[in-house]
Design a protein around this ligand. Structure first.
Ligand SMILES: [Zn+2]
Length: 123
């Protein structure tokens, strides 16, 4: 019953997908603890993995300047690569899967991943 590392990664992606879908933006900074990108929703900046608010030492002005130069493109590309890799992986699993419950489960994950992919392209 040991949890594998890859499992928490798809959990993270699902969580981040949900955030993007709910209108949150992904920032260029990462959480110092778990190295996932920080998200901003309204005025709150937080880590989706440890579900903690992030506190910046820098001013808002500096943060937004840094974000504009660096974050959006690079991080979106990174996230797109990760999502595409997962879609590939799930598709291959799905092709060899015969259990209906597994097929349903995998299809649901695929659905989320594809929605995220579309969302990333729109940003
Ligand atoms: Zn964190």
């Amino acid at each position: 019953m040991a949890k594998k590392g890859s499992q928490s990664t798809s959990d993270d992606i699902t969580k981040m997908s949900g955030l993007l879908l709910s209108g949150a933006t992904m920032l260029g900074d990462i959480c110092p603890d778990c190295k996932v990108p920080l998200f901003k929703k309204g005025n709150d900046i937080f880590c989706p993995k440890c579900e903690r608010k992030a506190v910046y030492a820098r001013s808002d002005k500096e943060i937004s300047a840094i974000q504009q130069i660096y974050s959006q493109n690079e991080l979106q590309e990174l996230l797109r690569d990760i999502v595409l890799g997962k879609i590939n992986y799930i598709t291959q699993k799905l092709a060899g899967e015969e259990k209906l419950s597994e097929i349903k489960h995998l299809s649901e994950i695929l659905d989320v991943l594809i929605t995220v992919l579309i969302k990333i392209k729109k940003i």
